[in-house]
Design a protein around this ligand. Structure first.
Ligand code: ADA
Length: 560
């Protein structure tokens, strides 16, 4: 399953799931002659007993039966962390970053059997600035769904739909990108419907091998907006016609919601009403499947989150599987989605490749996920160098890039630099990662009052404040009447003290507990990452989603 709704009725879409041939290969190799293994797709390769801790390159291969002469598009929702794609031996795509999708178009494919090879690489090397040894695990393999589409030579690449309200009536800015892969100019008509209302972009001419974008702006009567407790969704269907034909050559269906997100008077508003985001930081990680979640486990995570009264989730620290975002759209859960960069210091950010890889990630995140009404906030660069002038240049460039791609959502970044942060003026929301009662002995209430003063004095005055991380370790099953560090009791106390402080302060617009469930971390990377059991144990649930004592505390405060 790629999405939770049908994205095409004209275009044929087939998932390339199942067992593929698999073989680890050497660093310098780009071809593989002999395949000894089979590996499921999608899945993390660590699932296989021979590759539990594999870090390196590997080849995946399968035959693809194309049932007619056609052009095709290959879609990869997530390959960890670097992919090189070969179609009948021809290199057709290169992509870096496990957590953003990519696709490639191949023209004039003949009916019959073809060979698809994907070389994956999860090595930590100079070429990888975002996937590094870190306080979460970089798995390997084709970890998210993959598909092939039979596609017309005039086709829709993507569309974006941004809602707004004017004089009490809902409207949408709809933009569509269409490519003409023919060698001749094409006259194209694009029309469709949104919420059962016809929409038309009229006729356009597209030069040979060019992409154009067209935009309309339309008001819709009698729409029900997307709300947290009433998440109304509508299908937006577009058809493309060529040469005045009556049958469309291509289509794309998106699912959208009508809502606005604003930040005024130091608060966050959804559809004009102040909201308080209460939720978790969540890593996409599970001991049974690694980072490659089947639908059932995505649902389970979301239901647990809802059960404890949460209304929001932060996708720490990378863009999530789109099916999870679809679920958040459906269940009315607000999402803070962020790019992929955790805890990188200036030295690590200084290589120009770092900024490029971040900006590629930002672009792919926003372009692919812009239509999810559940995403209320875009964020970048968790705990990076927002305390330095050189870092600030990069924060500025990235936040401006995101605003340019989508100006309808507020932007933020989570900082631990306290009074040394110098980037508050760049963000719409000020977000603090502070760990009172865990990494420090500070009182959470006094600390957050102090954080508010830092925000005001350092360029963030009048902006909403989110406590983006707080929490402490609690080893599942470790109990002690004295509530010593690491016990479930101590963790429950830490969570209670933090939540009590934040829920009673009206200037706090959001709180995200670190973290939803325990997650695996990379082994042997220094004292901080040498976490007992090679896991970050600050989950309110353990890695198998068993609730710790703190879960009932969370429920008490989040449900109030
Ligand atoms: C940081 C970081 C998290 C996690 C956490 C912790 O704030 O953003 O990824 O590492 O600390 O558990 O210490």
């Amino acid at each position: 399953m790629i999405r939770l709704f049908e994205t095409n009725k004209i275009r044929d879409v087939y998932e390339l799931e199942g067992d593929w041939d698999f073989q680890p290969i050497n660093e310098g190799d780009s071809v593989c002659e002999r395949y000894e293994y089979r590996m499921p797709v999608p899945a993390c390769l660590e699932l296989h007993p021979d590759f539990r801790t594999y870090r390196g390159k590997a080849a995946y291969r399968r035959k693809v039966d194309v049932s007619k002469d056609t052009s095709i598009k290959l879609n990869f929702k997530g390959v960890s962390h670097t992919a090189d794609v070969y179609w009948n031996g021809m290199h057709v795509a290169h992509h870096y970053n496990a957590y953003t999708p990519f696709s490639t178009y191949i023209k004039d494919v003949e009916k019959g059997e073809h060979e698809l090879v994907v070389i994956v690489d999860n090595t930590f090397s100079e070429k990888s600035k975002l996937h590094i040894a870190n306080d979460y695990y970089t798995y390997g393999g084709i970890i998210r769904p993959t598909s092939i589409e039979y596609i017309s030579d005039v086709c829709i690449d993507r569309l974006s739909c941004t809602s707004f309200q004017k004089d009490g009536v809902w409207g949408a800015d709809i933009k569509v990108w269409v490519t003409n892969h023919h060698d001749t100019i094409q006259k194209v008509e694009i029309k469709g419907q949104l919420a059962d209302t016809p929409i038309s972009f009229g006729f356009i001419e597209i030069q040979a091998n060019e992409t154009v974008d067209v935009q309309i702006n339309k008001m819709f009567e009698q729409l029900i907006p997307w709300e947290l407790n009433n998440p109304s969704l509508y299908l937006l269907t577009l058809h493309v016609y060529t040469d005045h034909q009556t049958t469309p050559v291509d289509d794309l269906i998106e699912r959208v919601g009508f809502r606005t997100v604003t930040t005024e008077n130091g608060r966050i508003q959804l559809n004009g009403q102040d909201i308080i985001l209460k939720g978790y930081n969540r890593h996409e990680d599970h001991p049974l499947v690694g980072a490659s979640f089947p639908y059932q486990l995505l649902v389970q995570d979301l239901e647990l989150l809802i059960e404890t009264g949460a209304n929001s989730v932060r996708t720490s620290h990378y863009p999530n599987d789109e099916r999870f975002l679809d679920l958040c759209d459906e269940r009315g859960i607000a999402v803070w989605e962020e790019n992929h960069a955790r805890g990188l210091v200036l030295d690590q950010m200084s290589d120009p490749l770092f900024q490029k890889q971040c900006m590629d990630c930002n672009e792919e995140m926003v372009q692919n996920h812009v239509n999810h009404p559940s995403i209320l906030i875009w964020a970048i660069l968790n705990e990076c160098a927002s305390n330095t002038q050189e870092g600030k240049v990069m924060y500025k460039e990235q936040l401006e890039q995101i605003k340019e791609l989508d100006s309808s959502r507020p932007v933020t970044y989570a900082t631990h630099h306290r009074e040394h942060d110098i980037c508050f003026d760049l963000a719409d929301i000020i977000s603090f990662n502070l760990y009172p009662l865990w990494y420090t002995d500070e009182d959470p209430g006094e600390l957050v009052d102090q954080a508010r003063i830092w925000a005001e004095e350092l360029g963030g005055g009048g902006k909403p404040i989110i406590m983006s991380e707080f929490g402490g370790d609690g080893y599942y099953g470790l109990r002690h009447p004295n509530a010593v560090r690491g016990t479930e009791e101590r963790q429950a106390i830490i969570i209670e003290e933090n939540l009590r402080a934040y829920t009673k302060r009206s200037f706090i617009s959001g709180m995200y507990i670190w973290q939803f469930a325990d997650c695996k971390v990379v082994e042997d990377t220094g004292w901080l990452m040498s976490r007992a059991g090679t896991k970050n144990s600050k989950g309110i649930f353990d890695e198998f989603r068993r609730p710790k004592l703190a879960a009932s505390v969370v429920k008490k405060y989040f449900s109030e």
